[in-house]
Design a binder for this molecule. Structure first.
Ligand SMILES: NC(=O)c1ccc[n+]([C@@H]2O[C@H](COP(=O)([O-])OP(=O)(O)OC[C@H]3O[C@@H](n4cnc5c(N)ncnc54)[C@H](O)[C@@H]3O)[C@@H](O)[C@H]2O)c1
Length: 351
């Protein structure tokens, strides 16, 4: 029996409702495949921020360092500015633990309806690889002359050779395990320094992968292609901001943001990686017991994959497929009436 120490951070809103379903399904997979989990739950959230002025304690990262992985729900609550919850918890974890590869699969599950026409939606199966440590999400910048007519805000983007090359290589390596095709998201017509640099490095790295087909599109038309030709994509590599936007669009074309998983990977395994849904804390439906737990559950499958249990991960995906074929188990975001716990339990039972 292999045992893992997992840090649980349910967070806010529906994070608190879907994380228990993720744990339920991982426990079921553990029973079947001989994997044991020690779950240590941390109440690091906007609630904690209101009480203590911090999203997590000063030694939070030190505490997390000792875990094999982090399983997170979502953070964000009305009344707490979103940049506080993001920069107080998620971004420090992603950066300090060098989780530079944010991997977000997009797949249309049988039984689920895409908002796209059937013949377009048929082959949606691609992965977005988002740069997760630098790019447009930087702390460099500031404001001047606040409160006057001359006030201004400056926000710098940071694209380092190390940061760009390693995410591009991650995407090419991933493509080699799939359909050998990488698409780069760029905007080198409008953003004249960083994006031509991104394109240059994409071309340079591509030379090391002659077996992988490449494409690149400006982000505006790429977004249109996500809707019009989603079957064109295998691995899509993008900067931090572009990858963030594309992953919500990808989730939407695959039927619901409620089914989209995400992994924040430290490929060198010097630090724990973190697994969380693409979606946020959904304050509009929090507390009603109707959130879709599938994104959280599939993030758990990605965690097992990362820990070396591909067989258990595939079994969870198969159990999700089985459950989603039954429309009675669909939560309201998928057009049904099922509750979070019903769908989570059905997936655990299918294992
Ligand atoms: N990684 C994160 O923790 C993360 C990511 C995105 C947003 N947020 C935070 O979440 C809060 C809400 O943000 P938002 O409204 O932009 O995005 P959101 O993803 O929370 O919600 C967007 C819409 O999708 C629906 N939705 C999301 N997940 C769902 C699920 N599992 N089942 C059913 N419906 C679901 C919501 O009800 C809402 O209508 C904000 O505070 C934001 O900062 C956190």
């Amino acid at each position: 029996m292999k045992n893992y120490k997992i840090a649980l951070i349910p967070g806010d809103g529906i994070g608190r409702e879907v994380v228990p379903e993720g744990v339920r399904v991982l426990e079921a997979a553990g029973r079947r495949f001989g994997i044991g989990f020690q779950w240590d739950s941390f109440d690091w959230s906007c609630e904690t921020y209101r009480r203590t002025g911090r999203m997590m304690p000063a030694d939070g990262l030190e505490i997390l360092k000792g875990y094999d992985a982090i399983f997170l729900g979502a953070v964000g609550a009305p009344g707490v500015p979103d940049h506080v919850s993001l920069w107080g918890l998620l971004i420090p974890i992603r950066r300090h633990f060098r989780q530079y590869a944010c991997v977000r699969p997009v797949r249309l599950y049988p039984g689920l309806a895409s908002p796209l026409r059937d013949q377009i939606a048929r082959n949606i199966d691609f992965v977005i690889v988002r740069e997760n440590n630098e790019g447009e999400y930087s702390e460099i910048g500031g404001r001047l002359y606040q409160g006057t007519d001359e006030e201004l805000a400056v926000q710098e983007s940071v694209f380092t050779r190390k940061g760009v090359d390693r995410i591009l290589r991650y995407a090419f390596e991933l493509a080699r395990t799939r359909r050998q095709h990488v698409t780069s998201a760029t905007k080198s017509n409008g953003i004249i320094h960083t994006m031509p640099y991104w394109d240059e490095r994409f071309a340079a790295v591509a030379r090391d992968y002659p077996d992988v087909r490449t494409d690149q599109y400006h982000i505006d038309i790429l977004s249109a292609h996500f809707v019009l030709h989603p079957d064109r994509f295998d691995v899509v590599v993008a900067s931090n901001l572009f990858g963030d936007i594309l992953s919500d669009l990808g989730a939407a074309v695959a039927g619901s943001i409620g089914i989209a998983p995400s992994a924040n990977i430290n490929p060198e395994r010097e630090y724990p990686s973190m697994f969380e849904p693409v979606h946020g804390s959904a304050p509009d439906i929090a507390g009603q017991g109707i959130a879709n737990p599938v994104a959280q559950i599939l993030s758990g499958a990605m965690m097992l994959d990362h820990l070396g249990h591909a067989d258990a991960a595939r079994a969870i995906e198969a159990a999700v497929e089985t459950a989603l074929r039954d429309a009675r188990l669909h939560t309201p975001d998928m057009g049904g009436r099922a509750r979070t716990v019903e769908l989570g339990s059905a997936i655990a039972d299918a294992l």
